[in-house]
Design a protein around this ligand. Sequence first.
Ligand code: NAP
Length: 255
Amino acid sequence: MNPKIDDWVGKRVWMIGASTGIGEAAARLLLDMGARVAFSARSADKLERAVAAAPRALALPLDVTDHASVMAARDALVAAWGGVDLVLIVAGGYNEMRADGIDLAAANSMIDLNVRGAFNCLDAALPLLIAQGAGGIGIVASVAGYGGLPKALVYGATKAALINLTESLYLDLRPRGIAVYQINPGFVDTPLTANNDFTMPALMTAEDAAFEMVDGIERGQFHIHFPKRLTNSMRVARLLPYRLYFWLIHKVTGL
Ligand SMILES: NC(=O)c1ccc[n+]([C@@H]2O[C@H](COP(=O)([O-])OP(=O)(O)OC[C@H]3O[C@@H](n4cnc5c(N)ncnc54)[C@H](OP(=O)(O)O)[C@@H]3O)[C@@H](O)[C@H]2O)c1
């Protein structure tokens, strides 16, 4: 559904959310494969450490909830490299929330980070990609966006929004020569999941998640999801009538 990528050498990648977890692992993997990688996130110290010994890397600190900082990072990237071949929006956050403990401030800040943050990045990246008529953009959503889940009252809604968003982006951008990737991880062992108090099925390392993400992009997939044994079960569950879906989720999660 997107062009295949056979060779990363010299490719200019902007990894937004590259200081820890999946984004950091993917940024390092792409650097190892010969790409030029701009590392973005809020933690400037971690970004500087990541790029210190990497001549093909740039540190571009930003806060995705601060539009001006995203635009400034985009301008710095263009000044350094003249353009971009792949933008990956990985930055995101998770707070457990259920209906009997709604916390509006936490809900709004998750929406600001996961949804408005993605739009701030799109506002910076899309005019550039469209002017180039080439390149690609990927957004990391989640298997939690496939269907409602307990403890994901707000997180799931933000990720469902991103899934829908990537579909619209694909329709608009693919005919203009731009690749679009929807990336849905299952459970990955990162700081984001470190406080989960339940057994995470099919938990994978950030390095394995990064490999799956990059492999899907290389193959030209639109819908990149992993690990398959979890994501495919969720996709099948989503096809069930609601009565069965809700029964199954209660039974599997015990919640
Ligand atoms: N781990 C999982 O099981 C899992 C499953 C499905 C989907 N995901 C998604 O995968 C993505 C990466 O998650 P992860 O597990 O790798 O978590 P993580 O290790 O906590 O990484 C999150 C990244 O986002 C950055 N970030 C957070 N807030 C930001 C902000 N306001 N501006 C700029 N960057 C910001 C963080 O850097 P700073 O703190 O330095 O800014 C960090 O680089 C998220 O979108 C998450 O929802 C994760």
